[in-house]
Design a protein. Structure first.
Length: 68
């Protein structure tokens, strides 16, 4: 084994879900690692987002929402 990825679980019981709050990837052959989803740097996870509908995937709507 030369690579390993682990996710540290966050269990928000009020919505009965599981999510990885911190993910660390190790490369043992080079001695490097990468950590992402650090709590202090990312925006809080939003669980109250309404369900997506097919129109949400239209290019104009994606551009309007994410095309800063």
């Amino acid at each position: 084994m030369w690579r390993l990825q682990e996710g540290h679980l966050l269990l928000p019981y009020n919505i009965q879900a599981a999510n990885c709050i911190l993910v660390v990837t190790y490369d043992f052959s080079t001695g490097r690692y990468f950590a992402n989803r650090l709590i202090g740097y990312d925006a809080p996870i939003q669980y109250d987002i309404p369900a997506l509908v097919p129109g949400d995937f239209q290019p104009a709507r994606v551009l309007a929402r994410y095309g800063h």
